[in-house]
Design a protein around this ligand. Structure first.
Ligand code: NAI
Length: 316
């Protein structure tokens, strides 16, 4: 049995993500949870698709335990999205509490599950979940992931468009965190060369690609469909490594890490295995431009991480 629970499954990301997960034949049970009652209808709708996963809907606090029990992977896209002019950190006030509540339930009902956290600000919500798991005495840093995959899909798309190459053959690692200056694309590892102005423009677009969508949706939310695609890819990688026992599965993901001195959490390439993050790669060789990006990201990340930790420890 391979149960995947989606918390926030009725939302803009949750619905298309659940659709894509229903198409993943490794999944045998898809538990869709939300505080919005429509989730039951979303589950009924998806349940008519003739793929193996059995789909069930769970609404409200009382049904959270049943949604989580036995889960192998818990994906969390619950929480409010940005509106124009907002940073991801502006979401902290509401989403920190939502992630804390959901992580508390996961620590109780499925402490061994892999947690894939999409809710922003990811730089802070991952430390929040980790602190909750630590307080419950069930913390395993190899099992808690911040989903930054959308930054990689954006980087691959923008670079392949610029260089007029097949996107499937483009691979740009993106390290650091998941907001503005903390997003560090490693263009030097893409196998392409760039002029200074190309590099500047690409870096800016990858760091602020989310803003393009927020602006275009004009108040109706942020990236949902591309995020669903990226989230489904991340879950597929987790399942390929842990259930299908594929070797060499790698994703850039925001995890507890020793990669950068003084930062408890950081995203680099992570190898996935049966028990989660089996090997965290170090920061790759950086050119001078990328080193500057890393230097700029460190103080911001440090403060985002501390904010998450303090939230659980009661200091904010
Ligand atoms: P949305 O508002 O469309 O959906 C959020 C869903 O969460 C709603 O169905 C809502 O009822 C549900 N929800 C709220 N509180 C809940 C709780 N306590 N338990 C369960 N469900 C709850 O928002 P959208 O667009 O789906 O975005 C969700 C989150 O994902 C936002 O925080 C957004 O910033 C983040 N995001 C992250 C990205 C990433 O790359 N990691 C990319 C894009 C968005």
């Amino acid at each position: 049995m391979v149960k995947v629970a989606v918390l926030g499954a009725a939302g803009g990301i949750g619905q298309p993500l659940s659709l894509l997960l229903k198409g993943n034949t490794t999944v045998t049970e898809l538990a869709l949870y939300d505080v919005a009652p429509i989730v039951v209808g979303v589950a009924a709708d998806l349940s008519h698709i003739n793929t193996p996963a059995k789909v069930t809907g769970y609404k409200g606090d009382d049904e959270l335990e049943a949604a989580l029990k036995g889960a192998h992977v818990v994906v969390i896209p619950a929480g409010i999205p940005r509106k124009p002019g907002m940073t991801r950190d502006d979401l902290f006030k509401i989403n920190a509490g939502i992630v804390k509540t959901l992580a508390t339930a996961a620590a109780k009902y499925c402490p061994k599950a892999f947690l894939a956290i999409i809710s922003n600000p990811v730089n802070s919500t991952v430390p929040i979940a980790a602190e909750v798991f630590k307080a419950a005495g069930v913390h395993d840093p190899k099992r808690i992931f911040g989903v930054t995959t959308l930054d990689i899909t954006r980087a691959n798309t923008f670079v392949s468009e610029l260089k007029k190459v097949d996107t499937s053959k483009t691979s740009v690692p993106v390290i650091g965190g998941h907001s503005g200056v903390t997003i560090i694309p490693i263009l030097s590892a893409s196998g392409h060369s760039f002029s200074d102005s190309e590099r500047e423009a690409l870096t800016q677009r990858i760091q602020y690609g989310g803003d393009e969508v927020v602006k275009a949706k004009d108040g109706a939310g942020s990236a949902t469909l591309s995020m669903a695609y990226a989230g489904a890819r991340f879950v597929e990688s987790l399942l390929d490594a842990s259930v299908n026992k594929k070797s060499g599965v790698k994703e850039c993901t925001y995890v507890q890490s020793d990669a950068v001195k003084g930062l408890e959490y950081f995203s680099t390439v992570v190898e996935l295995g049966a028990d989660g993050a089996s090997k965290i790669h170090p920061v790759p060789t950086l050119d001078a431009h990328e080193q500057k990006l890393l230097d700029a990201a460190i103080p911001e990340l440090k403060s985002n991480i501390q904010k998450g930790i303090d939230f659980v420890k009661g200091a904010s």
